[in-house]
Write a protein that binds this ligand. Structure first.
Ligand SMILES: *Cc1c(COP(=O)(O)O)cnc(C)c1O
Length: 369
């Protein structure tokens, strides 16, 4: 079985975690700040707040943005439910805007249609590791006085217009996840990046119960908060993984190039495209069948051939929970088509040339070519 995603753990990673285990601190020690600094340096951003997972990172970013019940956020239906679940957690209504059919990212041309008096924020998601058109999204946000919070959970190590994703050059905050299958992992973990000191300080406080030291050095709680802390073991692992990030991205990009060659000329499918302004982190490799009727049979055929395929993502509004809340996909025809044709093929650091040959052969067999 070729898994669709898999972490890559080195001997150095194991040694780093072992060393953290032997240290004086398992949590609330020095490693988290070291990891945050290293990540800030890598991305070219001022501030980083590391937290227990990407979902928590989205939550504290939304809290820092000050969006509340009655506000609306424009986002993509082509994302993991955490993006919008955390909007619901702060009482904000997600408004789904349609995707483009080349990158499967938010279509910047569609966004303005959905802006109302209640709109406060745009949440672009860099699907599969490829950036949205951030320049256009930034302009729209400026014009309408909206904040931009990037869900960059797929995109650590990727670039947009020669700048690292996470630099916040075109946004107010960017969110990463360090879940096992993301660009780098801390098993579970996440972070918010920002150049805004106010947002940074707010996020530091809500990460740990809203508790801080008063003038006499006593702990006081002056606002509501959570325990969203990352442990020292995780920070040590994150730091060690970060050192390998460029290698990981190079390996993923090599896999993508090999796929492109191997899948070329297969008539029934559409391979993914990378726009000139982007350097994708290639979190996922998604193909589409030209005919919706081929999708499920091809999916089954690949599964039976020992290929670990998947589907990213069913439209958020199509989940039973969101349907119950009254969300519908009427305004997202591209997403509807995408959902009927997309298949995620294996993509991770350890996909071999041989794996790609096997996968391409299996697809060719299905289409009789
Ligand atoms: C992984 C992911 C998240 C959530 O991150 P967790 O660390 O699993 O909580 C949010 N949004 C997107 C797009 C993701 O891929």
């Amino acid at each position: 079985m070729i898994p669709y995603a898999r972490q890559h753990i080195s001997q150095d990673d194991i040694a780093a975690v072992a060393s953290a285990l032997r240290s004086d601190w398992l949590t609330q020690g020095p490693q988290v700040a070291v990891f945050e600094k290293a990540l800030a340096l890598y991305c070219g951003v001022k501030y980083v707040v590391a937290v227990s997972n990407g979902t928590a990172a989205l939550h504290i970013a939304y809290l820092a943005a000050g969006i509340v019940s009655g506000d609306e956020a424009i986002t993509t239906p082509n994302t993991f439910v955490a993006t919008t679940n955390m909007l619901l957690a702060v009482g904000v209504k997600p408004v789904f805007s349609d995707i483009r059919l080349d990158t499967y990212n938010l279509n910047q041309e569609e966004i303005e249609k959905h802006i109302t008096k209640k709109t406060k924020v745009i949440v672009p998601v860099h699907f599969a590791g490829q950036s949205c058109d951030m320049s256009a999204i930034r302009s729209i946000a400026k014009k309408h006085k909206l904040l931009v919070i990037e869900d960059a959970c797929h995109a650590l190590g990727g670039q947009y217009r020669q700048k690292k994703i996470g630099s916040c050059a075109y946004s107010d905050m960017a969110v990463f996840s360090f879940h096992a299958i993301k660009s780098i992992t801390t098993a579970e973990g996440g972070a918010v990046l920002t150049n805004n000191k106010k947002f940074y300080e707010k996020m530091l406080r809500v990460r740990s119960h809203g508790i801080h030291k008063d003038k006499s050095g006593f702990n006081v709680m002056s606002e509501f908060g959570y325990n969203y802390r990352l442990t020292e073991l995780q920070a040590a692992l994150g730091l060690s993984q970060l050192k390998q990030l460029n290698r990981f991205i190079a390996a993923r990009r090599k896999v993508a190039r090999a796929y492109q060659v191997a899948l070329e000329g297969i008539p029934g499918i559409i391979a993914p495209t990378e726009l000139d302004q982007n350097t994708s982190a290639w979190h996922l490799y998604v193909i589409r069948t030209k005919k919706a009727s081929d999708r499920l049979p091809l999916y089954r055929h690949l599964q039976q051939s020992g290929i670990g395929i998947n589907f990213h993502y069913p439209a958020v509004y199509s989940h039973p929970y969101y349907k119950k809340l009254g969300f519908k996909g009427r305004q997202c025809p591209h997403m509807e088509l995408y959902g009927k044709t997309a298949i995620t093929l294996p993509m991770h650091v350890s996909v071999s040339e041989r794996d790609i040959k096997t996968i391409a052969q299996a697809i060719k067999l299905y289409f009789n070519v």
